[in-house]
Design a protein. Structure first.
Length: 185
């Protein structure tokens, strides 16, 4: 067996959008012609209309079923004050980022690819610790997340559908949960 490994050629349109320190870890094409490229920073989705990078700390879930890759990104809808006591913020990320699920990105892969393994590993790796909050004040997931290329962690609260982020007691409950889940304790 040869020690040579065949590497996929990075398409020019993907190479054009990559940062200087961004290396492609996995590639895939879809049946619709969309190009997917996983890097240390996120998942690039390039179609005929341009492209977008879904940063790993902004991806809630990724699922593969029957060749259909579905990635659920999150979007920020606010910030609760903080950070919780004893937890260092990441730059301007002091406090808890309040997020909701954004429109899922669903693509039918053209064939087997290792890209899906990279996506799952990177999404899991971005979460240092997480826990579920349920109660009268509201519900959702609190996660301490890593941001690729930066030191430290930031707290992210992913609201369940229909939960009002301004509901009395919800922010305080999330801060308490963040203290309990402090990964450095």
């Amino acid at each position: 067996m040869s020690w040579w490994r065949r590497r996929a050629v990075v398409p020019p349109r993907l190479r054009a959008v990559l940062a200087d320190d961004e290396r492609v870890l996995g590639l895939a094409e879809t049946t619709g012609g969309t190009v997917l490229g996983a890097t240390r920073y996120g998942l690039w989705v390039l179609d005929g209309d341009g492209g977008v990078r879904l940063d790993w700390d902004r991806v809630a879930t990724a699922r593969l079923a029957d060749g259909l890759l579905t990635v659920v990104p999150v979007r920020s809808v606010g910030r609760w004050p903080g950070p919780p006591a004893g937890i260092e913020p990441v730059g301007a990320d002091a406090g808890i980022d309040v997020a909701r699920d954004a429109t899922p990105v669903a693509v039918q892969l053209a064939g087997p690819t290792r890209l899906t393994d990279v996506v799952h590993a990177r999404v899991r790796r971005s979460v240092a610790t997480s826990g579920r909050l349920t109660g009268e004040s509201g519900s959702g997931w609190l996660a301490w997340r890593r941001i690729p290329g930066r030191d430290g962690l930031h707290a992210q609260f992913r609201l369940d559908p229909g939960v009002d982020p301004d509901r009395p007691g919800l922010a305080a409950a999330a801060v308490d949960l963040a203290r309990q889940l402090d990964p450095r304790s």
